[in-house]
Write a protein that binds this ligand. Structure first.
Ligand SMILES: Nc1ncnc2c1ncn2[C@@H]1O[C@H](COP(=O)(O)OP(=O)(O)OP(=O)(O)O)[C@@H](O)[C@H]1O
Ligand SMILES: [Mg+2]
Length: 684
């Protein structure tokens, strides 16, 4: 035999044919076939063995992999039978276990946690049994005084067994809850904040995609839904405003605190401040606009008010500046006119001309005053007076040359009032002029004046006035009336609907009435007319009759010192004083005046009266000199005179050491009255 004999065959051959087998020739072929079969069998076996070896290794490998994965799973695993009895478990960490491990085995899974959770397990098991697929549910447990959340997945195994994979989802739950809470917080914030928050489309018409309640409140809509239903272009006052806004935001991609002229649902104007940003899609196309919006209407109004006031103040400063010079010039004009009037022939044409010139000069004086009411400290120089004559004179003055008539209804027993006659006449003037201007055709302006009591049961109520006696002056026209929307603006400085109006008439009126502790009220109906009513507190004093006693040609006696820095005032003042019968001396400033008073005192011919200009630019005025003069001559009467008719000293002269005032410009009559007032009794 040439081939290698298989070991098994060799053993058989040794057994049958001895150690040195002599195999019969006829057996060789047979034995060779047997040997080949053995060899073949061997080869097969070793192949089988090799493959077996391999698969068991793989099995081992897979097994260890499974174990590793199994160990790595943080979850808690239970295997249980169809009754819920726990067969074995794998704890994800003992902290996760509701009971120690030895107490778990053999117990029913539905009996371990609370009844509520147990039921959930039982129900899920039934579902899995039926469907032979996974079921999952969540539950919460209190462990060591803390709430934990779990997610359970139940899977079917063979032989009616189940596996429960239980995952601790506490941190996820807590994170979700925190997120929900913070979402809720922001949602509440967005719902309750006063700032409008929105998302809109960016097309010209535009509509809202989202809007918070503040947004609808700003625009006067009842609900967000209502706002979402309207076109954004409708919220703008003009289409142009919308287009400009869109162009700007499209170009820059954002706007910051952009002021927008918008309107509310009822059409009322609204100024909004808008900060917005364009959101783009992946292709860089505008997707929508996100923004915040704030109603700044009131703020804008306040700012404008401040601006108006400051404009008014600068107007006042300017007016104050020119008033001084202006009133000095007017003193010269009016003083000289009054002097000329005295020397003119009675009933002569000259007298009429002079009267006209004087009237015009008084109008110039009124204009100066109108401006001065705006400057600081325009305190009225109040005197007890009746408004009857003042009403008639002022109204008639305004009406002259017009085809509008005035109808007076003035109560005969009208209480006197403490007023600055010049300022109140200005008020009447402004109101009557407005009434006249409101009536394009001829008509009647009703002017009434009556006594009213404010506050008590029978009197008028609901007025912003302290209780007491007032006179009520009403000026009623049959003009066009004032539209509702204008009513709260007519007192604003510069508010006018007239082509040539300055819009200062009612502003001045308001300021004057307030300074008289009074009140002004309006009633107006478009097409039917307007009534302005003024309330002025009644005076506690009665009107002194003294003025009437003064006869036109009564002259005075005494020595007067006239202090003024203006030559023209000294000239006309001196002439008037001489005309009235006084001896006159002059001083250009306070220092000179004090010197004169001292010398007169020393020479035994003291002054009876000193008329003092209050402010002298670059020098000592009457305000500073008065105390010094009084020290030298305690008996001297001092009269304050100022071109600044709104100088607070003029309203409160007694406290500054003056006996009387004579505001510039004055005529001979006013000068005489002032002198008579301080010298009354002395000359009698
Ligand atoms: N009697 C009235 N009837 C109708 N509208 C009035 C009347 N009085 C005032 N108004 C309205 O109030 C606005 C403001 O009045 P105001 O007197 O302050 O200014 P003005 O008359 O326009 O200008 P100015 O008086 O400075 O010349 C007027 O332009 C007008 O629109
Ligand atoms: Mg006016």
């Amino acid at each position: 035999m040439t081939t290698r004999v298989h070991s098994l065959l060799r053993r058989q051959l040794k057994k049958y044919f001895g150690a040195a087998p002599d195999v019969p020739r006829e057996w060789v072929g047979f034995l060779e076939a047997v040997n080949a079969a053995y060899q073949e069998f061997d080869a097969d076996r070793s192949m089988l063995e090799r493959s077996l070896d391999l698969s068991s290794q793989e099995l081992l490998h897979a097994n260890s992999e499974m174990r590793a994965i199994f160990r790595a799973i943080p979850d808690l695993l239970f295997r249980f039978d169809q009754d819920g009895k726990i067969l074995d478990y794998k704890a994800g960490g003992t902290a996760d276990l509701y009971l120690p491990p030895d107490k778990l085995l053999g117990r029913k899974i539905q009996d371990i946690p609370s009844e509520h959770v147990g039921n959930k397990f039982y129900e899920a098991t039934q579902r899995v049994k039926e469907s032979q697929s996974m079921a999952s549910f969540e539950y919460a447990l209190m462990l060591h005084g803390q709430e934990f959340y779990y997610e359970a997945r139940l899977l079917p195994l063979l032989e009616n067994q189940f596996i429960a994979i239980i995952r601790n989802i506490t941190s996820r739950k807590k994170a979700e809850e925190a997120l929900r809470e913070s979402e809720e917080k922001y949602r509440t914030l967005i719902e309750n904040i006063n700032i409008g928050i929105y998302r809109t489309t960016g097309d010209p018409f535009g509509h809202f995609l989202q809007a918070n309640p503040a947004m609808s409140k700003i625009f006067g809509y009842d609900t967000s839904e209502e706002l979402l239903g309207i076109g954004i272009a409708d919220l703008y006052r003009t289409t142009r405003e919308r287009m400009v806004f869109l162009a700007e935001i499209s170009e820059k991609g954002f706007v910051k605190e952009r002021e927008l002229q918008m309107k509310k649902k009822d059409g009322a104007p609204l100024v909004a401040s808008c900060t917005a940003k364009v959101q783009y899609d992946a292709d860089g196309k505008m997707q929508w606009i996100d923004g915040v919006m704030e109603d700044i209407t009131e703020r804008k109004q306040r700012e404008e008010e401040i601006l108006k006031t400051s404009k008014l103040e600068s107007l006042g400063i300017l007016a104050g500046g020119i008033a001084h010079d202006f009133n000095n010039i007017l003193t010269a004009i009016i003083g000289n006119l009054s002097l000329a009037r005295m020397t003119a022939e009675p009933e002569s044409e000259v007298l009429n001309r002079l009267a006209e010139a004087e009237k015009a000069s008084r109008r110039a004086q009124d204009l100066t005053r109108q401006l001065l009411t705006f400057s600081k400290g325009g305190a009225p120089i109040k005197k007890v007076a009746s408004v009857t004559e003042l009403l008639k004179d002022t109204a008639s003055f305004v009406m002259s040359g017009s085809n509008v008539r005035c109808e007076f209804k003035i109560s005969g027993d009208l209480w006197p009032v403490d007023i600055d006659a010049g300022q109140i006449s200005q008020v009447i003037h402004n109101l009557v002029i407005n009434a006249q201007q409101a009536m394009s055709q001829a008509g009647t302006i009703g002017i009434r004046a009556e006594n009213v009591m404010v506050g008590n049961e029978t009197g008028e109520a609901g007025l912003p006035l302290t209780d007491g006696n007032y006179i009520k002056i009403s000026i009623q026209d049959q003009g066009a009336g004032i539209p509702e929307a204008h009513l709260d603006k007519i007192f604003d400085p510069y508010f006018t609907t007239k082509e040539k109006g300055s819009g200062l008439g009612l502003t001045t009126t308001y300021a004057i009435i307030k300074r008289h502790d009074g009140h002004i009220a309006i009633k107006s109906k478009v097409g039917a007319g307007t009534t302005f009513s003024i309330y002025l507190p009644a005076s506690k004093e009665t009107i002194e009759q003294r003025g009437k006693v003064v006869e036109k040609h009564v002259t005075g006696k005494g020595k007067v010192l006239l202090l003024d820095d203006e030559q023209i005032v000294r000239d006309v003042g001196g002439s008037m004083l001489l005309h009235l019968g006084y001896d006159v001396d002059f001083a250009k400033d306070g220092v000179e005046a004090i010197d004169h008073v001292k010398k007169a005192e020393e020479s035994g011919t003291p002054f009876d009266v000193v008329i003092m200009d209050l402010t002298i630019p670059g020098g000592m005025g009457g305000k500073e000199a008065v105390q010094e003069i009084r020290k030298i001559n305690a008996a001297v009467k001092t009269i304050a005179s100022s071109g600044y008719s709104n100088d607070p000293i003029m309203a409160d002269y007694k406290n500054y050491g003056f006996s009387a005032i004579v505001p510039k410009p004055y005529d001979i009559d006013e000068l005489r009255k002032a002198l008579y007032a301080v010298l009354a009794g002395k000359n009698d």
